[in-house]
Design a protein around this ligand. Structure first.
Ligand SMILES: Cc1cc2nc3c(=O)[nH]c(=O)nc-3n(C[C@H](O)[C@H](O)[C@H](O)COP(=O)(O)O)c2cc1C
Length: 186
């Protein structure tokens, strides 16, 4: 078994200046020793789920996503909150991959975090995402819960995180994910 822990990260926002993408960048800069982070950048290419399209064969972009999930030792979802839930584009991607015959989410250790403009820092979206994790047999890490409220006050105009407590939460999450992956393996 390889010593390096390969984490595959999916950000649920397509926005260029996304706070969630900035938070993911902070995670990438604060990995524990021995962990690598592969950041997904094709979410906007995934077509809307359509069973008729699936019957013709999975789109190559979905095959690629499924393979990258399968190959990862753990997953990191970085999700915005849209109307108290997970953004449609993220849920759509999960829905596609969930229909693959090998169901690559099964047994996968998962961490999640999110940044929002509101006061609850994506808590409601994360709890919905956790429901999806249950059905797909993922193994989500419970704590720490990293919910970044009022993200517009936590990053400066250059996109740099200015809130040290948030940096520490993100760092702790990545360390906890490393321990979680090892625990799930044992
Ligand atoms: C369709 C839509 C729904 C939203 N719903 C919520 C919400 O339920 N709770 C919340 O805190 N913010 C909500 N917001 C505001 C987002 O938190 C804010 O746009 C945030 O910056 C999105 O994340 P991003 O910066 O990574 O794109 C919503 C935004 C959009 C576009």
């Amino acid at each position: 078994m390889a010593d390096t822990l390969k984490v595959f990260a999916i950000c649920g926002s397509l926005r260029k200046g996304s706070y969630n993408r900035l938070a993911l960048k902070v995670a990438a800069e604060n990995l524990p020793a021995g962990m690598t982070l592969d950041q997904y950048d094709r979410l906007g290419e995934i077509p809307p789920y359509n069973e008729d399209v699936k019957q013709q064969g999975f789109p190559p972009v979905v095959e690629d996503l499924g393979r990258r999930i399968k190959e990862a030792d753990g997953l990191l979802f970085v999700t915005p909150e849209y109307n108290y839930s997970v953004p449609g584009v993220l849920k759509n991607a999960i829905d596609w991959v969930s229909r693959r015959p090998d169901q690559p989410f099964a047994g996968k250790p998962v961490a999640m975090m999110g940044a929002s403009g509101g006061m609850f820092g994506t808590g409601r979206a994360q709890y919905h995402l956790r429901q999806t994790c249950v059905f797909l047999d993922m193994i989500p890490l419970n704590k720490p819960e990293v919910m970044i409220p009022q993200a517009q006050n936590k990053f400066d105009a250059q996109g740099k995180l200015t809130d040290e407590a948030t940096r520490k939460f993100i760092q702790d999450l990545m360390a906890a994910l490393a321990a979680w992956i090892k625990r799930v393996r044992d």
